[in-house]
Design a protein around this ligand. Structure first.
Ligand SMILES: *[C@@H]1O[C@H](CO)[C@@H](O)[C@H](O)[C@H]1NC(C)=O
Ligand SMILES: *[C@@H]1O[C@H](CO)[C@@H](O)[C@H](O)[C@H]1NC(C)=O
Ligand SMILES: *[C@@H]1O[C@H](CO)[C@@H](O)[C@H](O)[C@H]1NC(C)=O
Ligand SMILES: *[C@@H]1O[C@H](CO)[C@@H](O)[C@H](O)[C@H]1NC(C)=O
Ligand SMILES: *[C@@H]1O[C@H](CO)[C@@H](O)[C@H](O)[C@H]1NC(C)=O
Length: 872
């Protein structure tokens, strides 16, 4: 009805502009009437009053449906309107069409814009256009491919008839156009938003009203980042999306470029904001700044203008952490936060905070426990991730005695960041106001119990077992604590000392409790400039200081300083934090005597012999500083040495070395020569043959020496500095015999020989002298073979010995470490300061792997489970 009225109005205006028809000419209606194929069409034209329209028209094209087409039409078709739509105000001759496709305008006006004809699209199907009217074959397709021209270019005096095989539907509605662009074109982002609000279209349709839709093209959305755009797309963005669409929707009014009406005024948009409309050279200017890209795209119930930018600014959206979280698809997490009344936290852009936001998996849901919500927040703005960090979360826990649980950020070898080792960071922090949001792929769990957390420290197996057997895991003492966990290498390093400590639960507990601080100290609290002082669970005080790179830590326990390298740091558990250390600081209160070490190694036979030789009192006194090479019981059992052995004191004395204050590291490093208790006999380590296998050089006279391979089964250092080495050999009596004082002529032979007796005698004596040396050398060599030494290594080191004399330096660790005497330098390999443990000394000694020589090798005996705790 409206359409017909509009048509009549438009047509009357057209009628006045047209010249009067010439009666002699053949009109379109004449042509149609002359053919039997259009009887029905002519009748319909008559009935709908279109005959005069066609007769008075000039230079038009009529796409005429044959009777066949009309007969097939459903009865509810608005035939008069559709027929008017097929009258085009331009003459279209198929062979004159040079374009592949052209838009022509119909006589039919849109009700929304009565002075604008509806467009009709015509396509030329054949690639070459025809030259003459006779040249058959050109195909025209009109509408959206719905109708084909089956008879071309029927020329009347007032226009052209093109016979079509179907009726063509009218152009769609505004909504159909807007929604139909959702998957194509350069306005698909706006369309995607529009599609989500079918109610707009429903209202428009229901009220049979018109509208002007201002559509920002896709590039206009560049003012939004992907998260902001994503927010507009998700359910939670509903209200803002509707506001945004509304601000680009002028309801109940059609504003076109060539309208005189309405232009230059302020009109309300659907969202209530006023929009200023002004005609411009290119089209229409909105709000004085946005020019249309394409104007006046007409549809049944309105027009669309495309815009290069939004009519509103970015601040219109009032983005907040809450909106960003939804935009990131952290929907479940955000819903949960709002359910628990964290609105103010999420809507305040001034609040300085960082949120670790678990993002829902595609098409799924990310469960978040209400108890852990605050654990996802940290105060402070983390605007970039660059390395590991430990951050206090907003969650305070009773298990930490009211302190805040921490969040650990680490980086893996691929440069990916992880939170608490389990949640992967999905992208760099996003900033909105003073809030940073870091999306993660799963919700954070609170750090587990100590038992569970420590269970993952594979390298601290021994300490774990001690904790277990002392019942420390379940002890209240671990609440709100820092625990330094010696790793397995730390226990190995102290060798026999470890055996001693582990043989008594009291000592073990005292040690571990003094490595437990009564407050959590995270790596972020480590200080490399000053020492920080802490109370231990053992009731003592310890101060710590790290090196600059925080890779090692110096413990100061009273007078004892120990440097340990830090292994795994910041292992979080429900009650605090664990760091592993590779050396064991032994508190002052634990006194380790030589006898305790020998007992821990079950060295009984050797001690008996020492006592019998009256050496024990001195050598294994509490303040002894001797180096004791103690043969294992099994070794002494098969030797012929007994308390009855003659020269027992000499035999034993060969195993006792006195310290020399010469620099150069420990005994096994081979840098120093030591006196034995046997006067005039010195020993030193010549070389390390293999793991724990050494060549011992025994020297009596500068020209007389023995090379004795020994295996060090275990070692340890007492508090006073005595070093105990359990060895697999008795240094043989034969050695002493062989290097007994040389006969007078051997020592002074050369002088005697150079007497008056003359040259011949001298030569005989020199000859004898060399014979003896060569003979004895050979004997020694055979002896070494009998001992099963490594001949190859022996030869090699022997040679290097003769080449470079005493300057051979064999690093027991096999590393090219430089000696740094700087007291402040705390390096991984720096030997322990003070007495705490033996540093590099016994680093190869494995307390669980004594090699195949020592039949007495035993497992570490762990102290039995105790119910007493650190404080007990
Ligand atoms: C029809 O078109 C021809 C040329 O195409 C033109 O000369 C003539 O004036 C037009 N007639 C009307 C009535 O517009
Ligand atoms: C077709 O085009 C030619 C010139 O290219 C023109 O002379 C002729 O009038 C056109 N025919 C119609 C029907 O417009
Ligand atoms: C509007 O008017 C301008 C001239 O002012 C004209 O060039 C343009 O084609 C007209 N647009 C429409 C859609 O009629
Ligand atoms: C949120 O999820 C939707 C649907 O899975 C996806 O298209 C969109 O890109 C996501 N947003 C972000 C910021 O990843
Ligand atoms: C011990 O003495 C016996 C007999 O005197 C001898 O056969 C054996 O070789 C000796 N063993 C050692 C290790 O010297």
């Amino acid at each position: 009805m409206r359409l017909s009225a509009a048509f009549i109005t438009g047509f009357c205006a057209l009628l006045l502009a047209l010249p009067a028809p010439t009666m002699a000419s053949i009109s379109i209606v004449d042509l149609l009437s002359s053919s039997p194929d259009f009887t029905l069409l002519v009748r319909v034209l008559q009935r709908t009053g279109l005959i005069p329209v066609l007769n008075m028209a000039r230079n038009v094209t009529f796409f005429a449906p044959s009777d066949e087409v009309l007969k097939k039409l459903p009865t509810d078709f608005d035939i008069p309107t559709l027929l008017q739509y097929l009258i085009i105000t331009d003459p279209i001759v198929s062979y004159n069409m040079t374009e592949e496709e052209a838009v022509y305008f119909s006589y039919l006006r849109a009700p929304a814009a009565p002075d604008v004809p509806l467009p009709l699209r015509v396509q030329r199907l054949l690639s070459s256009h025809r030259e003459t009217a006779d040249d058959a074959g050109m195909q025209l397709v009109i509408g959206s491919g719905a109708a084909k021209v089956v008879m071309h270019d029927w020329v009347a005096d007032n226009g052209i008839i093109q016979v079509v095989d179907a009726m063509v539907p009218l152009p769609g509605t505004l909504c159909e156009a807007a929604v139909g662009s959702a998957n194509k074109g350069d306005i698909h982002l706006f369309s995607q938003l529009f599609v989500k609000h079918p109610m707009i279209c429903f209202l428009l349709q229901y009220a049979q009203d018109t509208a002007t839709l201002l559509v920002p093209v896709d590039s206009a959305f560049d003012v939004l980042n992907d998260v902001e755009l994503s927010y507009l797309m998700v359910n939670a963005g509903h209200d803002d999306r509707l506001r945004f669409l509304g601000s680009h929707f002028l309801y109940s009014s059609v504003y076109r470029q060539n309208d005189t009406l309405g232009l230059g005024t302020n009109v309300p948009s659907m969202s209530g904001a006023m929009v200023n409309i002004k005609k411009s050279e290119r089209g229409i200017k909105f709000n004085g700044q946005v020019d249309t890209i394409e104007s006046d795209v007409v549809f049944q119930n309105g027009v669309i203008h495309t815009l290069p930018s939004f009519l509103i600014s970015w601040s219109f959206f009032e983005f907040s952490p809450r909106k960003y979280l939804y935009g990131l698809n952290a929907t479940r997490f955000t819903d949960e936060l709002l359910f628990h009344k964290y609105d103010s936290v999420l809507d305040d852009t001034n609040r300085v905070q960082t949120i670790f936001a678990p993002v829902d998996p595609e098409g799924g849901d990310m469960p978040v426990s209400a108890k852990t919500l605050e654990y996802h927040f940290t105060d402070g703005l983390i605007d970039s991730l660059d390395g590991s960090m430990i951050l206090p979360s907003r969650l305070s826990l009773p298990s930490l005695r009211g302190r805040r649980q921490h969040i650990l950020v680490t980086i893996d070898e691929n440069g990916e960041f992880w939170i608490d080792g389990k949640s992967k960071v999905l992208r760099a922090p996003l900033l909105i106001g003073n809030t940073a949001i870091i999306p993660i792929d799963r919700a954070l769990d609170l750090p587990p119990s100590l038992h569970y957390a420590a269970g993952s420290i594979f390298e601290a197996h021994t300490t774990l077992q001690i904790f277990e057997s002392l019942g420390l895991f379940d002890d209240d003492v671990v609440k709100g604590s820092t625990i330094f966990f010696p790793d397995d290498s730390a226990w190995e390093k102290i060798g026999s000392v470890a055996k001693f400590i582990l043989s008594s639960s009291d000592v073990a507990k005292e040690l571990l409790c003094s490595l437990m601080f009564t407050e959590p100290v995270y790596s972020s609290d480590f200080n490399s400039a000053n020492s920080s002082d802490y109370e231990t669970a053992a009731g003592t005080r310890v101060s710590i200081k790290t090196n600059d790179s925080k890779t090692s830590i110096k413990f100061n326990m009273g007078n004892v300083e120990t440097v340990a390298s830090l292994g795994s740091i910041d292992i979080l558990f429900d009650g605090g934090v664990v760091h592993t250390i590779s050396s064991i600081p032994i508190p002052e209160s634990i006194n380790i005597t030589p006898r305790q070490l020998l007992d821990a190694e079950h060295i009984t036979s050797f001690v008996e012999l020492l006592e019998s030789a009256s050496l024990a009192k001195d050598v294994i006194a509490d303040d002894s500083q001797y180096i004791i090479l103690a043969p294992a019981n099994s070794v002494l059992a098969v030797s012929n040495i007994t308390t009855a052995t003659v020269d027992l004191a000499i035999q034993m004395g060969l195993h006792i070395l006195s310290r020399r204050s010469t620099p150069g590291g420990s005994f096994l490093s081979g840098l120093s020569v030591y006196d034995t208790l046997v006067s005039g006999v010195h020993v030193s380590i010549l070389s390390e043959l293999s793991d724990n296998m050494y060549e011992l050089r025994i020297v009596k006279h500068p020209l007389i020496e023995r090379i004795q391979p020994i295996r060090v089964l275990s070692s340890g250092v007492s508090t006073s500095g005595a070093e105990i080495y359990v060895i697999d050999r008795v240094l043989p009596m034969s050695v002493l015999n062989a290097i007994a004082d040389p006969p007078w002529w051997q020592a002074h032979g050369v002088l005697v020989g150079l007497g008056a007796s003359g040259g011949i005698l001298a030569m005989v004596i020199i000859g004898l002298f060399w014979f003896l040396i060569i003979y004895r050398g050979g004997k020694n060599w055979r002896h070494r073979q009998a001992l099963g030494g490594n001949d190859k290594s022996f030869v090699r080191f022997r040679r290097s010995f003769s080449e470079s004399g005493r300057s051979i330096i064999i690093n027991a660790n096999g590393s090219d470490e430089e000696d740094d005497d700087d007291d402040d330098a705390i390096g991984e390999d720096t030997p322990f300061l003070g007495r705490a443990a033996s540093g590099r000394l016994g680093s190869r000694v494995n307390i669980e792997d004594f090699g195949d020589v020592d039949e007495d090798a035993e497992e570490v005996e762990l102290p039995s489970r105790s119910n007493e705790h650190c404080s007990g």
